[in-house]
Design a protein around this ligand. Structure first.
Ligand code: HEC
Length: 204
């Protein structure tokens, strides 16, 4: 570092920043001079300040969460997420319908559509009104495989092959399967005339 260079830098700074008097110039710099590089006392840029503050706030929360063990650890979080995935998987694999049929058991439109499916695919064995032929009476209160909408759906979807009730999953579309289950649910307990004798356990 030579005085010469130092002076030059000073001079340049003066002209560069258009500072007129010596006094004013001194106010602009913080009085720091490193090998001729002088520092102005400017405020920090906002983006820089907020990044800095953000890092402090983050590290504070991080420390409390993980070091003081107030929140779940990464392992616990992973376990919880895996559990959630397993739950979704088992739900998908179960026989439950993909929608909540309970919310639709009074849906006349769907029941009417289900009736059409029933007439086309089921009447041959269960009678046109569900009164029973080869298959059991679906209008009485006796049920072999359960009378809830879920049970009815499951029986129709999976069938009871060994007893001659074919599975309809994959044969009927999902909505047809749901609608025909809703129809069967709607005729249960209506006891149409000429119905086949009751089979199974009485249930509401
Ligand atoms: C090939 C004849 C046949 C056809 C077609 C048929 N079923 Fe069945 N279904 C049966 C027989 C037989 C049973 C009795 C199964 C048993 O004894 O476990 C049965 C049982 C059922 C049950 C259970 C009744 C109970 O008491 O739990 C429901 C619900 C049912 N069928 C609905 C349907 C629907 C809906 C269709 C049309 C999509 C249909 N079935 C088509 C023969 C048939």
């Amino acid at each position: 570092m030579s005085d010469n260079i130092n002076e030059n830098t000073n001079n340049n700074s003066k002209t560069d920043h258009g500072v007129a008097g010596k006094q004013e110039f001194d106010q602009l710099i913080a009085g720091h001079d490193y090998d001729g590089i002088q520092e102005f006392d400017n405020p920090l840029p906002m983006w820089w300040l907020w990044t800095f503050l953000g890092a402090i706030i983050f590290s504070f929360i991080y420390y409390i969460h993980y070091e003081l063990k107030i929140g779940p650890t990464s392992d616990q979080e992973l376990a919880a997420e895996m559990q959630a995935i397993e739950k979704i998987k088992s739900m998908a694999e179960s026989n439950a319908p993909k929608v909540d049929l309970n919310t639709m058991i009074k849906d006349e439109g769907k029941i009417a559509e289900g009736k059409l499916v029933f007439g086309a695919k089921c009447a041959a064995c269960h009678g046109d009104k569900g009164q029973g032929l080869v298959g059991p009476n679906l209008t009485d209160k006796a049920w072999l495989h359960g009378s809830t909408i879920e049970s009815i759906y499951k029986t129709i979807a999976k069938g009871v092959l060994e007893k001659g009730m074919p599975p309809w999953e994959g044969v009927l579309k999902d909505t047809e399967l749901q609608n025909v289950a809703l129809f069967v649910h709607s005729i249960k307990g209506t006891n149409v005339t000429g119905g086949k004798a009751a089979e199974g356990v009485e249930s509401p």
